[in-house]
Design a protein around this ligand. Structure first.
Ligand code: ZN
Length: 709
């Protein structure tokens, strides 16, 4: 049974307002979800019906009297769950980018339900028996390589979900999964509450050191809060004030510019103490509970630890391999970080200060070092980096690499006025997909930046092209000025766009293998490799033009920017590696270890590697959403593993002497961006690069090779 199709809808593209939009065919342009028609109350019935339909589809596969074949089992499985996927994609996207209390409540209610639903399918014995029988007879089916890989992955997924366990164990796993799912949702919601729950409200005389732009944004943010306030007392609180928050987009400019050390300390601590305030949003016990449950699950599944269980599926196959890579990078990173502290201390001492550099001083003094040592002022760059220009820049880059063109569409209603939508066309004029960009920060959006899809890709029953989305937290325009980005924001935009390309160029038969469905420590390669183009002078020059004068970024400034790319790499790598090692430590505990307190666990993990006081891990445990409410447990290292790949991969273009080298860019597209998970990740990399990856280009790019800058 497929999607419910109403005869009237087929002839008439208008949707019926009296029927839940999820139960109708979307005759919208490019099947973009009809956002204006979808109301909060439509989700639950659609989820319920979606799950019910999905189970009925599974039953009909299991009860098929014919002998199991690839077509009647594996391929049919790929066709199941269309309604559920349809509602799930819209819901999870909007719950992340445009949430409200009702969606949050639904999220809490739904997450254990959905997890239990998928467990029911994964633990369906009749279904597994059919899969197993096809696997055992695979020689007799004359399957393509893609089909063999799908069969292998499907079978592995069943086994990893517990198909080989006895019924008591299966029940135990289901319970653990649904408990973890519930705790993860709670973790994320606590974190959002904590991030939104703190405000540093300042007066005119507390703005020392802040630039006009930062002051204007803080004043705008106070005005917005005043608007949202419901009582006169609350309104008065914000009148003629300036608001800073622990959102990075608000905090980093403040920490960089403010000369009020006391206020920097307050704002910084509000950030690093999120989830650790012993209030109703505390995440310490949740972290411990999740780690314990994962250890128990790993034991039932027959693995030594959760990390062993997770890594089996990755490019790096064991915790030992991961620790080995991280430690190799840790020593040079920490060494460089320590020398950065000395540079900052020297600046501070020369100003006649009498204090030791602390964690909340890092941004302020590193900026001074940057100006002194690299003569680069971030504020000088920003006028050249308006959001619109950067978007044009990334579009041009993919045009030169693969011949893609982007056409903005203005007559499709999206879920928020900030979101924009483009049609993506291939070089032969064919339709490749739809790209949505939702770039500005707002309080009902979770922090960070990510890519997701509203519709996937498949060639199974005709050519289905995807609808992908990038969500970021860039500063919104202030007054008449456009949104101006930092260079870090530019890199983020290229990064997420790389994921979007992975989701758009994908060209596989089966939906479950499409786009970003690659191993975790490979999936950041297509995103990170694209970042390299952002800092290529020829590319930068093409898009970085001054928003007022139209002048391109001067060569001298580009040169300074590139030289400064090694600036602060000690800090960046140290905070990242500390978090990666913390993640690995949380997930290499065995089930017999009794974890008591998240803070002491974290402290001992960090002491073990000798992390210095001036740096906190990129994420402390209580706000480490990647591992406790996202899918990155034992996987945070993936970014640096992918960085090994992207540095080594981009080096190929450098060696070729042309960053748009045709042979390489078409290999990159064909073997990486188009392939999803249809082949082993290492095989794909080798087909593109001609050999396995090496670590040296990364050390060079990040200034960790011990050579002077
Ligand atoms: Zn990414």
């Amino acid at each position: 049974m497929g999607l419910l199709i109403f005869a009237s809808c087929q002839q008439n593209p208008k949707m019926n307002d009296n029927i839940n939009p999820f139960f109708q065919e979307w005759n919208t342009q490019y099947q973009v979800p009809p956002f204006l028609q979808i109301k909060d109350e439509h989700y639950m019935p659609a989820f319920e019906k979606g799950m019910e339909e999905n189970l009925a589809e599974i039953d009909s596969i299991v009860n098929n009297p014919e002998e199991p074949t690839f077509e009647n089992t594996i391929e049919e499985l790929e066709r199941t769950g269309k309604l559920l996927t349809k509602v799930q994609r819209v819901f999870s996207n909007l719950a992340g980018s445009n949430t409200n209390p009702k969606l949050q409540e639904l999220q809490r209610e739904l997450s254990p339900m959905i997890s239990a639903h998928y467990d029911k399918i994964a633990l369906n014995e009749g279904l597994f028996l059919r899969v197993e029988s096809i696997w055992n007879n695979r020689e007799n089916f004359s399957l393509t390589d893609e089909q063999i890989k799908l069969l292998k992955d499907t079978r592995k997924q069943f086994i990893r979900s517990g198909a080989l366990l006895d019924s008591n164990q299966k029940e135990e796993i289901t319970k653990i999964n649904s408990k973890i799912s519930e705790l993860s949702t709670q973790f994320g919601q606590n974190l959002l509450a904590e991030t939104n729950g703190f405000e540093l409200i300042l007066d005119d005389d507390e703005l020392d050191g802040l630039s006009d732009g930062v002051i204007a944004a803080a004043s705008e943010s106070a005005a917005q809060k005043m608007n949202e306030a419901t009582s006169p007392e609350e309104k008065a609180k914000y009148e003629n004030k300036y608001v800073f928050t622990p959102h990075r987009s608000s905090m980093y400019p403040f920490l960089t510019e403010s000369t009020r050390r006391d206020l920097r300390e307050i704002l910084y601590k509000s950030y690093v103490m999120r989830g650790d305030n012993n209030n109703e949003n505390d995440n310490k016990e949740i972290a411990v509970e999740i780690a314990n449950l994962r250890a128990q699950k790993a034991e039932i599944m027959g693995y030594k630890t959760h990390a062993h269980f997770i890594l089996e599926d990755n490019m790096l196959k064991s915790p030992e391999e991961v620790y080995d890579l991280l430690i190799k990078l840790w020593e040079p990173a920490l060494k460089r970080a320590k020398s950065e502290v000395l540079d900052m201390q020297a600046v501070s001492d020369s100003e006649g200060n009498n204090f030791k550099i602390a964690a909340w001083d890092w941004w302020h003094y590193s900026e001074k070092v940057r100006k002194a040592k690299y003569d680069l002022d971030e504020a000088e760059l920003k006028p050249y980096l308006s959001l619109d220009n950067v978007i044009k820049g990334v579009f041009n880059t993919t045009n030169k690499l693969w011949g893609l063109t982007f056409t903005e569409i203005f007559d499709i209603d999206l879920y928020h006025p900030d979101a924009r939508i483009w049609k993506v066309t291939d070089k032969d004029g064919s339709h490749l997909g739809i790209f949505i960009g939702d770039y500005f920060t707002r309080s009902n959006k979770r922090g960070g930046a990510w890519m997701s899809s509203f519709k996937g890709q498949s060639n199974l029953d005709g050519r289905e092209r995807p609808v992908v989305v990038n969500v970021c937290n860039f500063p919104a325009p202030v007054g008449d000025d456009p949104s101006l980005l930092s260079f870090e924001n530019v890199t983020t935009l290229f990064h997420e766009f790389g994921h979007a390309m992975h989701g758009t160029l994908t060209n596989v038969t089966y939906p479950s293998m499409a786009g970003t469905s690659a191993p975790r420590d490979f999936v950041e390669f297509p995103s990170q490799v694209l970042e390299h183009w952002a800092s290529e002078p020829e590319v930068l020059k093409s898009f970085a033009t001054h928003y007022q004068t139209g002048e391109p970024m001067p060569d001298e400034l580009i040169e300074k920017l590139l030289k400064a790319s090694k600036f602060n790499q000690g800090f960046i790598n140290t905070e990242y590696l500390a978090a990666s090692l913390l993640d690995m430590d949380w997930h290499t505990i065995t089930s017999d270890v009794v974890l008591e307190d998240a803070n002491s666990f974290e402290a001992s993990s960090l002491a073990k590697i000798g992390l210095i006081d001036e740096i906190a891990p990129r994420y402390r445990s209580t706000y480490f959403a990647h591992i406790f409410s996202g899918g990155y447990s034992s996987g945070y290292y993936s970014y640096i593993h992918a960085a090994v790949l992207d540095s080594d991969g981009f080096e190929a273009f450098i060696e070729a002497g042309d960053v748009f080298d045709e042979t390489l860019s078409s290999k990159l597209r064909k073997h990486v961006y188009e392939k999803g998970s249809t082949e082993e990740a290492m095989d794909l990399y080798v087909k593109f690069r001609g050999r396995k990856p090496i670590i040296e280009p990364l050390l060079k790019v990040r200034g960790l090779d011990g050579k002077p800058d």
